[in-house]
Design a protein around this ligand. Structure first.
Ligand code: NAP
Length: 252
């Protein structure tokens, strides 16, 4: 089965590196025009955009700010003409020891929620308003294994934000299916990116491999093809579903 997205436009948040960069690459390979959003790493984002050519439009925004989320959506629509698929991929994992400094804990919690949950919520809201008069669209929200399995005590906010993203996505799927809108959750497990590097440095790669059923760690390229498939429309009757991509570390 050949997936051809040449008539589609896709906005990928956090598209300059890690899972997002692999997604941008895969969408362009499938023919899509892609809005590649980044926050700070202009060098990585523009290098990828230059490599992939005129199918990629660069968009910058700090998604910790609500107004920046709204501006990002407006700019994506202006620059791409319209958006068919929104991929909420940008995210932060802030380690926050549960110690008495409640001010630090609270600001870590708020930053995590702003980027991982409020920003996707705002972008989904804007996407729904854009999709409805167009007869539909697709949303793919990148959650985490942590939403289902839980996370370490230092990452309570991360797990809670990703659990919230699951509930948000399921609500969108149930609420807007008759408007032609499909919404999916992709829940990666441990994936070799900068986000995972601290853990690898601290505990070693063997520790991470021992936790999974497969014999090598998941790479961003192991996640991207599923995103292309979900974006294609071939999976719309799975709307609301979660696709686990965690190398068998957590099966439910
Ligand atoms: P990563 O390599 O750390 O990349 C994070 C991305 O998010 C970057 O593109 C970054 O943009 C963007 N970002 C961070 N803070 C932002 C902000 N305030 N505003 C806008 N963009 C921001 O992470 P990754 O591993 O590829 O993770 C991608 C998604 O997968 C995340 O949602 C993550 O929670 C999820 N996930 C990852 C793993 C894993 O093991 N790696 C497991 C489960 C789920 P800049 O580079 O421009 O700052």
């Amino acid at each position: 089965m050949n997936i051809d997205l040449s008539s589609k436009t896709v906005l990928v948040t956090g598209g300059g590196r890690g899972i997002g960069a692999a997604a941008v690459r895969a969408f362009v390979e499938a023919g899509a025009t892609v809005g590649l959003h980044y926050r700070a790493d202009h060098a990585a984002a523009s290098a990828l955009a230059n490599e992939l050519g005129d199918k990629v439009v660069l968009l910058q925004a700090d998604l910790a700010q609500a107004e920046a989320c709204e501006r990002l959506w407006r700019e994506a629509v202006e620059r791409l003409g319209h958006v068919d698929v929104l991929v909420n991929n940008a995210g932060v994992a802030v380690g926050s020891p549960n110690e008495p400094d409640s001010q630090t804990w609270l600001s870590d919690w708020e930053r995590t929620m702003a980027v991982n949950l409020t920003a996707p919520g705002l972008l989904c809201r804007a996407a729904v308003a854009h999709f409805k008069p167009r007869g539909g669209g697709r949303i793919i929200n990148i959650s985490s294994r942590a939403a289902f399995r839980g996370d370490q005590p230092d990452y309570l906010a991360y797990a809670a934000s990703k659990g919230g993203l699951v509930a948000l996505t399921r609500s969108l799927a149930r609420g807007y299916g008759k408007d032609g809108i499909a919404a999916f959750i992709v829940a990666p497990g441990f994936t070799r990116t900068e986000m995972a590097q601290d853990f690898i440095d601290q505990y070693g790669e063997d520790y991470a491999v021992n936790d999974i059923a497969l014999s090598r760690l998941t790479e961003p390229k192991d996640i991207a093809p599923t995103l292309v498939f979900l974006a294609s429309g071939l999976a719309d009757h799975a709307t609301g579903a979660t696709i686990d991509i965690n190398a068998g570390s957590y099966v439910h």
